[in-house]
Design a protein around this ligand. Sequence first.
Ligand SMILES: Cc1cc2nc3c(=O)[nH]c(=O)nc-3n(C[C@H](O)[C@H](O)[C@H](O)COP(=O)(O)OP(=O)(O)OC[C@H]3O[C@@H](n4cnc5c(N)ncnc54)[C@H](O)[C@@H]3O)c2cc1C
Length: 370
Amino acid sequence: MKEHILILGGGVIGLSTAFSLSRRGYNVTILEKNSCGGQASGAAAGMLAPFSEISEDPDPFFKFCLDSLRMFREWQDEIKKISKSDFEYTESGSIHAVYHESDILSLESRIAWQKNFGSEAEIIDGDRLKSLEPNISDEVVAAIYSKEESHVFAPDYVKALKVACEKNGVTIYENLEDVHIKSWQQELVVQTTHGQSFTADRLVICSGAWTQQLESIFNIKIPVFPIRGQICAYELDNEKVNHIVTTSQGYLVPKSNGTLVNGASEDIAGFSTNVTEKGISRLIHWNKHILPFLKTKQPYHTWAGLRPATQDGFPLLGSLEESPHIIFATGHYRNGILLSPRTGEAVADLISGTPLDLYTKGAFHPERFS
Ligand SMILES: Cc1cc2nc3c(=O)[nH]c(=O)nc-3n(C[C@H](O)[C@H](O)[C@H](O)COP(=O)(O)OP(=O)(O)OC[C@H]3O[C@@H](n4cnc5c(N)ncnc54)[C@H](O)[C@@H]3O)c2cc1C
């Protein structure tokens, strides 16, 4: 009989991990203190955009993101088939715009190293830029056009993942309020305030921005902390936006339900998911320099979520040295939706006996801060 795996947290990372494990025949249970996808994962803009997100250099995190992007088409196909639900996977491509001639050099160096990773990105301007994105501002002097970047409708993606998990036999407990690890070294026992008790062979920790709360239990440093992201959406009338459009100040993602998602601020506000005037007005102030038709529009919806950030910007992915039955998969910061297939498969590989060597030994090791 295959092992029983407990997963703490039912965001996109917990659900993807459960999905990957269930495909390999493991007996999987998710314990979620609130509702699956109710935190960062349901708040995300859904961009699958490693080339736009990582501009500096091809570190292990970029490679991790790129691998995940290239898994997405097949992965989402399977989730769609099993869940019988759609979540608007759209291979739209992206436009990353700049406003000054002096910024073009940085675009050139960016696409030079990205080419080594199979990117077909190109620098465009003038008529070509206007033909691809007719409503883009005349203030934009040039852009990187990257065909490969895509997006999903994140709230529907997590719903579909949940259904796919259930259809694959994953047991999901939600609204548990408080879930705590009673013992883990000899016997693994996890309890809830309602008095339920769970035992298993392994525990995978996918608790996002709340993971630092487990430091005292495992007696290691877990510097994962919440960075609030405030975001809004517009209703489009007849205006056309064809691609993900990004600048150094933010991004706009056209959804097939006729809305345009505009994100996102970054600030430290503890575990507050309140939306503030300051957070949203920064987006509103800037976005007219990207798509001028937004000057006359107001967002119809605003919301916020807590990205799980880490001290060095890399996630925690792997098992504890002395206790290999405890596995961390958390700290995906701005890219958890993008990273969901690669993370799920990496954890399933590890549990199936393949040692994790993600690009550079130790880069994502969960004990690297201790
Ligand atoms: C505004 C915004 C826009 C974003 N846009 C994008 C984007 O375009 N593309 C992209 O790839 N990423 C994006 N992200 C980032 C992405 O949303 C996150 O990286 C991802 O959702 C993290 O997933 P997670 O499962 O680790 O965390 P979460 O979705 O937060 O899930 C963690 C879950 O664990 C539960 N939990 C915590 N502690 C416990 C416990 N002790 N027991 C049981 N359950 C527990 C929580 O209730 C929660 O449901 C965005 C984030 C924000 C906020």
